[in-house]
Design a protein. Sequence first.
Length: 232
Amino acid sequence: MSSDPAVGGDLADRLARVAADVESAARAVGRRPEEITTIVVTKFHPAELVRDLYERGVRDVGENRHQEAQVKAAELSDLEGLRWHFVGQLQSKKARQARRYAAAVHSLDRSSVVDALSSDDGTLLDGFVQVNLTDDPSRGGVPVDDVESLVERVLSTPGLRLRGVMAVAPLDEPPRAAFARLRRVSDRVRSLAPEAQDISAGMSPDFAEAIAEGATHLRIGTAITGMRPGPR
Ligand SMILES: *Cc1c(COP(=O)(O)O)cnc(C)c1O
C-alpha cells in the first residue's frame, strides 16, 4: 500500500486538508488549533496504512474493535510514540487486554468496563466517559442523567485517569445542538473532576461543529483515510 505513490499522495493531501480545516474551524471560534488533537480512526484498514500515517507525522490513531486493534498494535510495536485510542464498545472481559496497547479508552459506558480496566501496577490509562446524546439505549454511552455516578466510579478506580467525556452525534439532529449538550455535560463533569477537561467529539462530517462546541479530541476516519474497506 505504501509502495503506491498515488495512494500515499492522496493520503498526504487529505491529511493536509483536514489539518487546514481543523485550523480554520478553531480560529473561527477563537480557539488555538494546538489545543486540539486529531485522532485518525484506522479501523478496517491494514496496519500498513497506520505506518504510512506515522511516517507523515500522525501519532494518535483510533480503533473500535479489540481484536483488530490488538493485532495491529503488535504488528506496529516498533513505531515509537504511537498512541492507540480505543473508541468502540469494549467487552468487560477484553478490557484488561486492551490496557496493554491502548493509551486511552474513549468508551467508558458502564461500571463493569470501568472495574475491569482497574490496575494497580502503576500505569495510568486515560479514560473518557461516553455519553449517549440520544434517547435510544442501543446507541452506546451512558445516559446523560447517569454520567455523574459513572464519573465517580472512574475517579475511584486505580489505574484510570479521567480525561473527560466522549460522544457520537445523533443521526437525527443537527450536530452542533448535540455537541452543545455534550459541552454542558462536560461542565458538570468538571465540577466533580476539575482536571477532566477534555471533550472527544467530532468525526469526518461534523468536526467543525464539534470544535465550535469545545472538542479537544477529534476522531476522524474517512476524511483522512478515504473509504473504509469492509470489516474483515
Ligand atoms: C469510525 C468511528 C469514527 C470515525 O468516523 P468517520 O466518519 O470515518 O470519520 C469516529 N468515532 C467512532 C466511535 C467511530 O467508530
